[in-house]
Design a protein around this ligand. Structure first.
Ligand code: AMP
Length: 114
């Protein structure tokens, strides 16, 4: 989709600190990390949010979670614990309208979130 920040990152048109990638999913560090480990996982194809991915292509949603598990291991937060978050829509606090999952870890994370 034109004018989509994460489409541009997925295409390599805007630089990002990529930590892992597959044919269909890219993982890169969040530019404003909220934890020692803060990685975003996105589908290369444009979807507005994660539920839209799950509706259209459940296998792709599973690939995003599988790559998150791989990154959690490579970042050293698989055993210590971590959190996957998919902010969705206005009330969910989604600021970038391209599906993404946050992987957060490396510190104790409070619950409930704000
Ligand atoms: P959300 O608020 O759930 O939509 O998350 C969007 C995330 O994208 C935020 O945590 C931002 O810090 C992050 N972000 C925005 N622009 C960039 C960028 N160019 N590179 C990496 N992360 C970004």
């Amino acid at each position: 989709m034109s004018d989509c920040l994460f489409c541009a990152i997925a295409a390599g048109e805007i630089p990002a600190d990529v930590v892992a990638a597959t044919d269909r999913v890219v993982a890169f560090r969040d530019i404003q990390p909220q934890a020692p480990v803060h990685v975003l996982l996105i589908p290369r194809a444009h979807f507005d949010d994660l539920p839209s991915v799950a509706d259209a292509d459940p296998a792709l949603a599973a690939e995003i979670v599988a790559l998150a598990a791989e990154v959690a291991r490579s970042e050293g937060v698989a055993a210590t614990g971590h959190r996957l978050v998919a902010n969705t829509g206005v009330d969910g606090g989604q600021s970038v309208p391209h599906a993404h999952v946050h992987l957060l870890g490396g510190r104790s994370l409070a619950w409930p979130p704000g």
